[in-house]
Design a protein around this ligand. Structure first.
Ligand code: MG
Length: 381
C-alpha cells in the first residue's frame, strides 16, 4: 500500500491577519505548515505533496526545509488545489488530504485514518459533535430558524480516501466543481463516508486570535522572563557615535570591535538573558575578525531570530543610555523607531531613555558611555 498525504496550503489566509499568510506564521517557533509536514513524515507516509500558491513558493520551501516534500501550485478554489495535488499523487493506494491551517495533527490520528481505509472504508474523516445550539440568521443577525443539532458533526482534516475512489470522484466532479471539503466530493459521487472521533488539537487557524489559542493547546506551559543587559564603550577619536542604530554627530567616536552601539549591545544581552542563551560575546566573539566594524543590527536580528526559534515572543524592551554628551533627547524617537523596526514590534512596546551620572565617575568625566536594557519575553517553560 502506498500512502500519499496532500497538504493544502494554497490559500491566502487573509482572515487570520499578520503580515504572512497563516500557514507560514510561526507557531511555537516553527511555521504552521511545518507542523503538519512533520506529523505526516513521523507517521511514515510514502509521499508528501504540498499545494501552495506560486507566489509563496520560497516561503513554502523554507517552511519545510529538510523534509522530503513535493510542491505543486494551487488553483482558484480548494477543489482545484486538491485536484492539482492529486495529479502529483499518481496512483497512490491511500490518499490523505489535510489543511495546513490545522497544525495539531498527531501520529495517532494519521494511523487511525489509515487503519480505517485499510479496514475497508472508502472515505473517513475525524469529526467532533456540536455542543452549542445551532441557529440560522439573516445578514442583520435576525434569527430565521433553529437547526436541529442531533447527529450534527464538525468535520476536520485529514480526510482519508481509497486512492482509486478519490481519483474517480474528482474525474466525475468536473473541472469547475467547488466543494467545501473532499468528503463532499466523494459523497457527490455516491461513495459512503465514515467519521472517526476528532481531536480538539486539530482546531483550524482562521481568525487572528486562533494562533494564540492553538499555541496554548499545543505549547503547554509558558512563562514571562525578564532579561537584563549592561554595556559600556570608551570614547575615542571620531565625528559620530552609533546608538540604537542611529548615527549621532559628536566630537568623539566610540571605540569597540564592532560599531560599539552600547544601546543595542545591552539589549542583545537582555534578550539572550531572558532566553538563557549566554551573552553577546559567546554568539559573536570579539576574537573573530568577521565582526570587526560590524553593524550591530546583525546582532540584534540574531537575538530576535533566536527568540522566535525558541517559540518566544518579545513583549517589551526598555533601554537606558547613560552619558553626559551627546544629548540623547533629540534622537530618542528615531532610536525607538529603529529598534522597533528591527525587532518587528509596535512602537508602544519599545522604550529608549537617557540619564547622566551628575558628572560623577567615568561616565561623568566623559571617558565613555554606558547602556542598560531589559527585555520581557513570553516563552515556553
Ligand atoms: Mg559592546
Amino acid at each position: 500500500m502506498t500512502i500519499t498525504a496532500i497538504i493544502v496550503a494554497g490559500g491566502r489566509g487573509e482572515r487570520a491577519g499578520g503580515e504572512l499568510p497563516k500557514q507560514y506564521q510561526r507557531l511555537l517557533g516553527k511555521p504552521v505548515l511545518a507542523w503538519s509536514v512533520e506529523a505526516f513524515a513521523m507517521a511514515g507516509v510514502d509521499q508528501i505533496v504540498v499545494v501552495r500558491s506560486a507566489e509563496h513558493a520560497t516561503l513554502a520551501e523554507s517552511a519545510t526545509h529538510g523534509r522530503q516534500v513535493e510542491f505543486v501550485s494551487g488553483g482558484a478554489t480548494r477543489t482545484a488545489s486538491v485536484r492539482a495535488g492529486l495529479a502529483a499523487a499518481g496512483s497512490a493506494d491511500i490518499i490523505l488530504i489535510h489543511d495546513a491551517a490545522r497544525p495539531g495533527l498527531t501520529n495517532a490520528m494519521v494511523r487511525a485514518l489509515i487503519d480505517e481505509i485499510e479496514g475497508g472504508a472508502s472515505a473517513a474523516a475525524p469529526a467532533l459533535p456540536v455542543a452549542d445550539s445551532l441557529l440560522r440568521t439573516d445578514a442583520e443577525g435576525h434569527v430565521e430558524a433553529e437547526i436541529d443539532r442531533a447527529g450534527a458533526m464538525r468535520v476536520q482534516t485529514p480526510q482519508a480516501f481509497r486512492g482509486d475512489v478519490l481519483r474517480a470522484a474528482y474525474a466525475a466532479a468536473g473541472e469547475s466543481a467547488a466543494f467545501g471539503d473532499d468528503i463532499g466530493v466523494v459523497r457527490a459521487f455516491g461513495v459512503q463516508a465514515k467519521v472517526i472521533p476528532g481531536d480538539q488539537r486539530l482546531m483550524k487557524i482562521t481568525h487572528p486570535e486562533d494562533l494564540a489559542i492553538v499555541e496554548r493547546i499545543l505549547g503547554g506551559e509558558r512563562i514571562v522572563c525578564v532579561g537584563s543587559g549592561i554595556d559600556a564603550h570608551r570614547f575615542g577619536p571620531g565625528a559620530f557615535v552609533t546608538l540604537c542604530g542611529v548615527q549621532i554627530p559628536h566630537d568623539k567616536g566610540l571605540v569597540g570591535h564592532s560599531d560599539a552601539d552600547a544601546g543595542w549591545h545591552a539589549l542583545v544581552d537582555a534578550i539572550l538573558g531572558a532566553l538563557g542563551e549566554g551573552d553577546i560575546g559567546a554568539h559573536f566573539p570579539p576574537s573573530d575578525p568577521q565582526w570587526k566594524g560590524a553593524d550591530s543590527e546583525r546582532f540584534l536580528r540574531h537575538a530576535a531570530e533566536l527568540a522566535a526559534e525558541r517559540g518566544a515572543r518579545i513583549s517589551h524592551v526598555d533601554i537606558t543610555l547613560v552619558c553626559e554628551r551627546p544629548k540623547i533627547g533629540p534622537h530618542r524617537e528615531s532610536m525607538r523607531a529603529r529598534t522597533a523596526e528591527v525587532l518587528g514590534l509596535p512602537l508602544s512596546r519599545v522604550s529608549v531613555k537617557a540619564t547622566t551620572t551628575e558628572r560623577m565617575g567615568f561616565l561623568g568625566r566623559e571617558e565613555g558611555l554606558a547602556a542598560q536594557a531589559t527585555a520581557t519575553l513570553d516563552r515556553p517553560v
